[in-house]
Design a protein around this ligand. Structure first.
Ligand code: UDP
Length: 236
Protein backbone atom coordinates (compact mmCIF):
# COMPACT_ATOMS: atom_id res chain seq x y z
CA UNK A 1 0.00 0.00 0.00
CA UNK A 2 1.50 3.33 -1.15
CA UNK A 3 0.78 6.58 0.71
CA UNK A 4 -0.20 8.95 -2.11
CA UNK A 5 -1.24 12.57 -2.39
CA UNK A 6 -2.92 14.31 0.55
CA UNK A 7 -6.50 15.05 -0.44
CA UNK A 8 -7.81 16.63 2.75
CA UNK A 9 -6.44 18.19 5.91
CA UNK A 10 -8.83 18.83 8.75
CA UNK A 11 -8.27 20.03 12.29
CA UNK A 12 -7.34 16.63 13.70
CA UNK A 13 -6.69 14.40 10.68
CA UNK A 14 -5.12 14.22 7.24
CA UNK A 15 -6.45 11.98 4.49
CA UNK A 16 -4.22 10.55 1.75
CA UNK A 17 -4.88 8.63 -1.45
CA UNK A 18 -3.41 5.15 -1.78
CA UNK A 19 -2.62 3.12 -4.89
CA UNK A 20 -6.08 1.54 -4.51
CA UNK A 21 -8.86 4.00 -5.49
CA UNK A 22 -11.19 2.17 -3.08
CA UNK A 23 -9.02 2.97 -0.06
CA UNK A 24 -7.69 6.07 1.70
CA UNK A 25 -5.18 6.43 4.50
CA UNK A 26 -6.18 8.53 7.53
CA UNK A 27 -3.45 10.06 9.69
CA UNK A 28 -4.40 11.28 13.18
CA UNK A 29 -2.64 14.50 14.25
CA UNK A 30 -1.86 15.77 17.75
CA UNK A 31 -3.57 19.12 17.08
CA UNK A 32 -6.51 20.03 19.26
CA UNK A 33 -8.88 22.84 18.34
CA UNK A 34 -12.09 24.17 19.83
CA UNK A 35 -14.54 27.00 19.18
CA UNK A 36 -14.03 26.80 15.40
CA UNK A 37 -10.28 26.79 15.67
CA UNK A 38 -10.06 29.88 17.92
CA UNK A 39 -8.48 27.77 20.67
CA UNK A 40 -5.55 25.66 19.45
CA UNK A 41 -2.92 23.46 21.00
CA UNK A 42 -0.83 20.36 20.39
CA UNK A 43 -1.49 17.50 22.77
CA UNK A 44 1.33 15.01 22.64
CA UNK A 45 0.17 11.54 21.56
CA UNK A 46 -3.50 12.53 21.05
CA UNK A 47 -3.27 11.27 17.47
CA UNK A 48 -1.94 7.91 18.62
CA UNK A 49 -4.67 7.56 21.25
CA UNK A 50 -7.49 8.57 18.87
CA UNK A 51 -6.23 6.17 16.19
CA UNK A 52 -6.31 3.32 18.74
CA UNK A 53 -9.66 4.32 20.22
CA UNK A 54 -11.34 4.78 16.83
CA UNK A 55 -10.05 1.37 15.71
CA UNK A 56 -11.55 -0.25 18.82
CA UNK A 57 -14.94 1.45 18.33
CA UNK A 58 -15.06 0.74 14.58
CA UNK A 59 -14.08 -2.90 15.23
CA UNK A 60 -16.85 -3.24 17.81
CA UNK A 61 -19.43 -1.74 15.42
CA UNK A 62 -18.36 -4.06 12.58
CA UNK A 63 -18.76 -7.05 14.94
CA UNK A 64 -22.27 -5.81 15.69
CA UNK A 65 -23.18 -5.51 12.02
CA UNK A 66 -22.63 -1.77 11.38
CA UNK A 67 -20.51 -1.13 8.28
CA UNK A 68 -17.76 1.46 8.87
CA UNK A 69 -14.95 2.78 6.70
CA UNK A 70 -12.32 1.10 8.92
CA UNK A 71 -10.17 -1.47 7.12
CA UNK A 72 -7.08 -1.89 9.32
CA UNK A 73 -4.55 -0.06 11.47
CA UNK A 74 -1.29 0.42 9.60
CA UNK A 75 0.84 2.42 12.07
CA UNK A 76 0.46 4.09 15.43
CA UNK A 77 -1.10 7.17 13.80
CA UNK A 78 -2.57 5.74 10.59
CA UNK A 79 -5.53 3.62 9.59
CA UNK A 80 -6.51 2.32 6.17
CA UNK A 81 -10.14 3.11 5.37
CA UNK A 82 -12.61 2.63 2.53
CA UNK A 83 -12.66 5.72 0.31
CA UNK A 84 -15.76 7.77 1.03
CA UNK A 85 -17.52 10.65 -0.58
CA UNK A 86 -18.37 12.40 2.69
CA UNK A 87 -21.95 13.60 3.12
CA UNK A 88 -21.48 17.14 4.52
CA UNK A 89 -23.91 16.66 7.39
CA UNK A 90 -22.70 16.17 10.96
CA UNK A 91 -24.99 13.83 12.86
CA UNK A 92 -25.15 14.48 16.60
CA UNK A 93 -26.73 11.95 18.93
CA UNK A 94 -27.60 12.96 22.50
CA UNK A 95 -28.64 10.94 25.53
CA UNK A 96 -28.01 13.59 28.18
CA UNK A 97 -28.19 17.38 27.80
CA UNK A 98 -24.76 19.02 27.55
CA UNK A 99 -22.75 21.58 25.60
CA UNK A 100 -24.54 23.55 22.92
CA UNK A 101 -27.89 21.83 23.59
CA UNK A 102 -27.85 22.90 27.23
CA UNK A 103 -27.06 26.48 26.21
CA UNK A 104 -29.61 26.63 23.41
CA UNK A 105 -32.52 25.09 25.29
CA UNK A 106 -31.70 26.09 28.86
CA UNK A 107 -31.45 22.47 29.97
CA UNK A 108 -29.04 21.90 32.87
CA UNK A 109 -25.96 20.00 31.79
CA UNK A 110 -26.34 16.40 32.95
CA UNK A 111 -30.13 16.27 32.65
CA UNK A 112 -31.13 12.93 31.13
CA UNK A 113 -33.32 13.21 28.01
CA UNK A 114 -36.57 11.21 27.89
CA UNK A 115 -35.80 10.24 24.32
CA UNK A 116 -32.57 10.13 22.32
CA UNK A 117 -32.17 13.29 20.25
CA UNK A 118 -30.61 13.39 16.78
CA UNK A 119 -29.48 16.76 15.42
CA UNK A 120 -27.87 17.68 12.11
CA UNK A 121 -25.45 20.42 11.23
CA UNK A 122 -23.96 21.50 7.95
CA UNK A 123 -20.27 20.53 7.84
CA UNK A 124 -18.90 23.98 7.00
CA UNK A 125 -16.29 25.59 9.27
CA UNK A 126 -16.66 29.05 7.69
CA UNK A 127 -20.36 29.04 8.54
CA UNK A 128 -19.60 27.52 11.99
CA UNK A 129 -21.46 24.25 11.27
CA UNK A 130 -25.01 25.69 11.48
CA UNK A 131 -27.78 23.42 12.68
CA UNK A 132 -30.06 22.21 9.87
CA UNK A 133 -33.05 19.88 9.51
CA UNK A 134 -34.33 17.47 6.87
CA UNK A 135 -35.86 20.27 4.84
CA UNK A 136 -32.49 21.99 4.48
CA UNK A 137 -30.80 18.68 3.67
CA UNK A 138 -33.19 17.98 0.77
CA UNK A 139 -33.42 21.62 -0.35
CA UNK A 140 -29.63 21.78 -0.62
CA UNK A 141 -29.46 18.21 -2.01
CA UNK A 142 -26.94 17.19 0.65
CA UNK A 143 -28.42 13.68 0.87
CA UNK A 144 -31.43 11.75 -0.40
CA UNK A 145 -34.36 10.71 1.81
CA UNK A 146 -33.34 7.02 1.62
CA UNK A 147 -29.81 7.94 2.66
CA UNK A 148 -31.10 9.93 5.64
CA UNK A 149 -33.27 6.97 6.68
CA UNK A 150 -30.18 4.74 6.63
CA UNK A 151 -28.14 7.34 8.53
CA UNK A 152 -30.71 7.81 11.29
CA UNK A 153 -31.32 4.11 11.82
CA UNK A 154 -27.58 3.54 11.88
CA UNK A 155 -26.96 6.44 14.31
CA UNK A 156 -29.52 5.01 16.77
CA UNK A 157 -28.08 1.51 16.46
CA UNK A 158 -24.55 2.87 17.02
CA UNK A 159 -25.83 4.71 20.10
CA UNK A 160 -27.28 1.49 21.54
CA UNK A 161 -24.09 -0.49 20.86
CA UNK A 162 -21.70 2.14 22.23
CA UNK A 163 -23.86 2.99 25.26
CA UNK A 164 -24.02 -0.65 26.40
CA UNK A 165 -20.34 -1.31 25.69
CA UNK A 166 -19.16 1.82 27.54
CA UNK A 167 -21.51 1.29 30.48
CA UNK A 168 -19.64 -1.93 31.13
CA UNK A 169 -16.40 0.05 31.37
CA UNK A 170 -17.86 2.58 33.80
CA UNK A 171 -18.33 5.26 31.16
CA UNK A 172 -21.58 7.14 30.40
CA UNK A 173 -22.02 8.09 26.73
CA UNK A 174 -23.52 11.58 26.94
CA UNK A 175 -23.45 12.60 23.26
CA UNK A 176 -21.36 12.18 20.12
CA UNK A 177 -20.94 13.26 16.50
CA UNK A 178 -20.90 10.96 13.48
CA UNK A 179 -20.15 11.49 9.80
CA UNK A 180 -21.28 9.22 7.00
CA UNK A 181 -20.19 8.86 3.40
CA UNK A 182 -20.90 7.01 0.17
CA UNK A 183 -18.81 4.00 -0.88
CA UNK A 184 -19.73 1.81 -3.85
CA UNK A 185 -23.36 2.90 -3.64
CA UNK A 186 -23.69 2.28 0.10
CA UNK A 187 -23.86 4.82 2.93
CA UNK A 188 -21.40 3.85 5.65
CA UNK A 189 -19.91 5.35 8.82
CA UNK A 190 -16.72 7.39 8.38
CA UNK A 191 -14.62 9.93 10.32
CA UNK A 192 -13.56 8.91 13.85
CA UNK A 193 -15.05 7.91 17.18
CA UNK A 194 -12.89 9.28 19.97
CA UNK A 195 -12.93 11.57 23.00
CA UNK A 196 -12.60 14.43 20.47
CA UNK A 197 -16.04 13.64 19.07
CA UNK A 198 -17.88 12.14 22.06
CA UNK A 199 -18.71 13.21 25.59
CA UNK A 200 -17.64 10.46 27.99
CA UNK A 201 -18.36 10.85 31.71
CA UNK A 202 -17.09 8.52 34.41
CA UNK A 203 -20.24 6.69 35.50
CA UNK A 204 -19.61 7.03 39.23
CA UNK A 205 -17.76 10.33 39.69
CA UNK A 206 -19.15 12.17 36.64
CA UNK A 207 -15.59 13.20 35.78
CA UNK A 208 -15.20 14.29 32.15
CA UNK A 209 -13.03 11.95 30.08
CA UNK A 210 -13.17 13.81 26.76
CA UNK A 211 -12.36 16.98 24.84
CA UNK A 212 -14.36 19.15 27.26
CA UNK A 213 -11.23 18.96 29.45
CA UNK A 214 -9.48 20.93 26.67
CA UNK A 215 -12.42 23.19 25.75
CA UNK A 216 -12.98 24.18 29.39
CA UNK A 217 -9.33 24.26 30.54
CA UNK A 218 -9.83 21.50 33.10
CA UNK A 219 -6.33 20.08 32.60
CA UNK A 220 -5.44 16.40 32.38
CA UNK A 221 -6.66 16.10 28.78
CA UNK A 222 -4.28 13.39 27.59
CA UNK A 223 -4.51 11.58 30.93
CA UNK A 224 -8.30 11.35 30.42
CA UNK A 225 -7.91 9.99 26.84
CA UNK A 226 -5.38 7.44 28.17
CA UNK A 227 -7.82 6.43 30.90
CA UNK A 228 -10.53 5.73 28.31
CA UNK A 229 -8.08 3.60 26.31
CA UNK A 230 -6.95 1.78 29.48
CA UNK A 231 -10.55 0.87 30.30
CA UNK A 232 -11.33 -0.31 26.77
CA UNK A 233 -8.12 -2.30 26.31
CA UNK A 234 -8.13 -3.63 29.85
CA UNK A 235 -10.94 -6.01 29.14
CA UNK A 236 -10.34 -6.97 25.53
N1 UDP B 1 -18.97 17.55 18.19
C1 UDP B 1 -17.92 17.28 17.33
N2 UDP B 1 -17.60 18.19 16.36
C2 UDP B 1 -18.27 19.35 16.20
C3 UDP B 1 -19.34 19.63 17.07
C4 UDP B 1 -19.66 18.72 18.04
O1 UDP B 1 -17.29 16.23 17.43
O2 UDP B 1 -17.94 20.13 15.28
C5 UDP B 1 -19.34 16.57 19.24
C6 UDP B 1 -18.96 17.05 20.63
O3 UDP B 1 -17.70 16.55 21.01
C7 UDP B 1 -20.05 16.47 21.48
C8 UDP B 1 -21.26 16.41 20.56
O4 UDP B 1 -20.74 16.44 19.23
O5 UDP B 1 -19.72 15.14 21.87
C9 UDP B 1 -22.24 17.54 20.76
O6 UDP B 1 -21.53 18.77 20.73
P1 UDP B 1 -22.27 20.16 21.02
O7 UDP B 1 -23.26 20.42 19.94
O8 UDP B 1 -22.76 20.15 22.40
O9 UDP B 1 -21.17 21.25 20.79
P2 UDP B 1 -19.95 21.71 21.69
O10 UDP B 1 -20.51 22.08 23.01
O11 UDP B 1 -19.06 20.52 21.74
O12 UDP B 1 -19.39 22.83 20.90
Amino acid sequence: MEKGKMIYEGKAKKVFKTDDPQQFLVEFKDDATAFDGVKKDKLEDKGILNNRLSAIFFGLLETEGVETHYVKTVSEREMLVKSLEIIPVEVIVRNIAAGSMSKRLGLPEGEALNKTVIEFSLKDDELHDPMINHYHIYAMDLAKAEEMATIEASALKINDILTAYLKDKGITLVDFKLEFGRHQGRVILGDEISPDTCRFWDSSSGEKLDKDRFRRDLGGVIEAYREVLRRLEGSE
